[in-house]
Design a protein around this ligand. Structure first.
Ligand code: FE
Length: 184
């Protein structure tokens, strides 16, 4: 700190001469590299990984070490993301379009933030008169696909997501290593 440095109530330096000096030390060696994705909403259609009819996702961060994933979900008109249960929370931010759950009476419009509480079971639909929706989701742990009575039909976790991405990106010629840049 220089002589001009004062520290404000939050412990932040206020000296204009020093506050733009970068941290001078290496990052912790156990810390993983950051991920920066230009065009996170891809212009290259092939980057959307098909998931179900009229449903695709675009991986952003696949956290194998923490068991969660960040992805863009894209659902085109009349698409349905099958009924599923979340034992852990999900956070969503609607970037484009709108959608709703069959189990709730609200609609997630463009610009909305959505919190899905642990224990939720729901079915995401995009109505036929809408073109498409794109939503950023953080999903933790597992999505358990169920029938209308809650009987388990299947599941997805970060590892099945990675497998699906690797298969798709290999098939379209980007190579099986393409997905690795999104895995931490
Ligand atoms: Fe969900």
């Amino acid at each position: 700190m220089s002589d001009n440095t004062t520290v404000n109530h939050a412990g932040l330096e206020t000296d204009p001469d020093t506050k733009r000096i970068p941290y001078r030390h290496p990052q912790p060696k156990e810390s993983f590299p950051e991920i920066v994705i230009p065009n996170a909403i891809p212009t290259d259609e092939r980057l959307w990984v098909p998931q179900q009819e009229n449903v695709w996702f675009r991986p952003l961060c696949l956290s194998a070490s923490r068991g969660y994933w960040m992805n863009l979900l894209r659902v085109r008109k009349s698409g349905v993301l099958s009924r599923h249960r979340h034992p852990q929370p999900v956070h969503g931010w609607v970037l484009k379009g709108s959608w709703h759950y069959l189990e709730h009476d609200w609609t997630a419009e463009e610009g909305s933030y959505v919190y899905e509480a642990p224990g939720e079971t729901h079915t995401l639909v995009v109505e036929p008169h809408l073109t498409e929706m794109i939503t950023l989701f953080q999903a933790n742990g597992v999505m358990i696909y169920v029938d209308p009575d809650g009987a388990v039909q299947g599941y997805e976790d970060v590892f099945t997501k990675i497998d699906l991405c690797r298969k798709h990106y290999t098939e379209i010629g980007l190579g099986e290593g393409y997905i690795d840049q999104f895995i931490r």
